[in-house]
Write a protein that binds this ligand. Structure first.
Ligand code: SAM
Length: 277
């Protein structure tokens, strides 16, 4: 596709045997990685932040699809020589930071139009997403997130009320972004195959209402509600809201409902009222 060697050859040449501790499951099909890159929309004039480029399968697709620059953060130093070859092939448009994405200040190293596109290491995927979603100010420094998760996590992100998958991650994700599952990816596409199916999620930040509550308030209310999701709200929110029954009834929310019955708007109403106390 791009004149560089096939990924399986790259992995063999640089002895990149996958390490479980780093959540390494490599994509070796450049048609698939291009499909992921294209789902993020045009990359013309866009800086892409990629977490965990590994041997460079997705990285190559991002550059091939026209990214202006790719800033990749990789924790495994064994991958650096393989990525240097990609960078050379694309005239230095790829820059790699060797380090832990959870501890790297990415925002201050990018400017202009930025998209985050990554096949995330599953062990830190949700934490990375929450860090991005919790960005203050909002909308954040990136214009979209196109991310591979375990399918079960992707389903939690887009889950609707009254479903098993609906929870705090759904409320926070859907409050801050329009979220969709782009497509699922069978385990057979990875080397080595993970235990479960994966899915690509595409998220586009949306503007918040002028009276939106703080993320801290919404977080603590959703955490209290969903940590005891089998209990009625009057019990699960007893220690969070002053006089929970009256507080909820005033908002036309039935205090005998359980956490999963409330929509995102209901949680926003609770958090907004809480902040006026
Ligand atoms: N992008 C490659 C692909 O699609 O084939 C590799 C994806 S693999 C699922 C995850 C990658 O993230 C690995 O290369 C791993 O070394 C890297 N990684 C794991 N933890 C990381 C962290 N905290 N910060 C940065 N990279 C990390």
């Amino acid at each position: 596709m791009d004149g560089l060697p096939p990924l399986r050859e790259v992995i063999a040449k640089h002895e990149l045997a996958a390490k479980k501790s780093l959540g390494q499951n490599f994509l070796c099909d450049l048609n698939l990685t291009s499909r992921i890159a294209r789902f993020a929309g045009s990359l013309d004039g866009v800086t892409v932040v990629e977490i965990g480029p590994g041997p460079g399968g997705l990285t190559r697709a991002l550059l091939f699809e026209g990214a202006k620059r790719v800033l990749a953060i990789e924790m495994d130093e064994r991958a650096i020589p393989a990525l240097d070859e990609v960078s050379e092939h694309y005239n230095g448009k790829l820059e790699v930071i060797l380090g832990d994405a959870l501890k790297t200040d990415i925002q201050n190293q990018v400017s202009g139009r930025v998209k985050i596109i990554a096949n995330l290491p599953y062990n830190v995927a949700t934490m990375l997403l929450l860090n991005w979603l919790e960005n203050d100010p909002w909308p954040a420094w990136f214009e979209s997130l196109t991310l591979m998760f375990q399918k079960e996590v992707a389903e939690r992100i887009v889950a609707k009320p009254s479903t098993k998958a609906y929870g705090r991650l759904s409320v926070i994700s859907q409050w801050r972004c329009d979220c969709q599952i782009a497509f699922t990816v069978d385990r057979a596409n990875f080397m080595p195959p993970p235990k479960v199916t994966s899915a690509i999620i595409h998220m586009v930040p949306k503007a918040l209402a002028a009276d939106a509550p703080s993320l801290k308030t919404l977080s603590s209310i959703t955490m209290a509600a969903f940590n005891q999701r089998r209990k009625m709200l009057r019990a699960s929110l007893k220690n969070t809201l002053p006089n929970a029954i009256e507080f909820l009834t005033d908002l036309d929310i039935d205090p005998t409902l359980r956490a999963d019955a409330l929509c995102v708007e209901d949680y926003l109403k609770i958090a907004t009222k809480y902040e006026t106390l």
